[in-house]
Ligand binder design. Structure first.
Ligand SMILES: CC(C)(COP(=O)(O)OP(=O)(O)OC[C@H]1O[C@@H](n2cnc3c(N)ncnc32)[C@H](O)[C@@H]1OP(=O)(O)O)[C@@H](O)C(=O)NCCC(=O)NCCS
Length: 153
């Protein structure tokens, strides 16, 4: 069953929740990102944080971190995560559609996904993202970051 959500720009008190979700989830655990590193990533210059909240109870369900000029001057999805208890209910898909609507007309949308994150790779492929390259041993030795691309109208 899908959870109806709305997506809005993060408020100051959303950052701690997003950082804690990130630091307690794969792939960031394997990538060695602790809470402080996640906090830093969420406030990096040139990025914009958006939070999905349930339309029913207004609880936070997930977030997406976007960089409008993040990769080769094209839009880039820097991070996306959904609270563990509401995964598999369409929130991640809604966050991807939000990014695609926001960057409509920009031509390209990129993201990186870890080589071991097969679940996320399948989700991105289902949404029309294609593998275009690989950064070997990029974040941690032994794992690659895969570059995925989707053409935007
Ligand atoms: C990847 C992620 C953002 C997807 O969000 P989501 O809300 O679960 O996504 P959706 O519900 O739209 O789709 C999830 C997919 O998993 C399936 N699914 C079913 N039950 C699930 C569950 N309990 N948990 C996760 N996925 C489940 C869905 O049917 C769907 O199918 P697909 O794998 O064939 O695409 C989320 O799983 C997550 O936060 N993972 C940890 C962080 C992460 O890997 N982020 C991506 C970094 S690049």
């Amino acid at each position: 069953m899908e959870i109806p959500v709305y997506v809005a720009a993060a408020a100051p008190d959303d950052y701690a929740w997003c950082a804690s979700l990130m630091a307690s989830s794969e792939p960031w655990i394997t990538l060695g990102r602790d809470l402080e590193a996640c906090r830093e990533a969420l406030t990096r210059p040139g990025s914009e944080l958006f939070v999905a909240r349930s339309r029913e109870n207004d609880l936070r369900a997930g977030f997406i971190l976007l960089a409008p000029y993040g990769l080769a001057a094209s839009p880039y999805i820097a991070s996306v995560a959904v609270a563990a208890e509401v995964r598999g209910q369409g929130v991640g898909s809604e966050l991807l559609r939000f990014a695609e609507r926001r960057f409509a007309g920009r031509g390209h949308l990129f993201l990186l996904v870890s080589s071991f994150n097969h679940h996320a790779q399948r989700l991105y492929r289902r949404h029309g993202y294609e593998f275009v390259g690989k950064l070997e041993d990029y974040c941690v030795p032994g794992h690659s970051e895969l570059i995925f691309h989707k053409g935007l109208q």
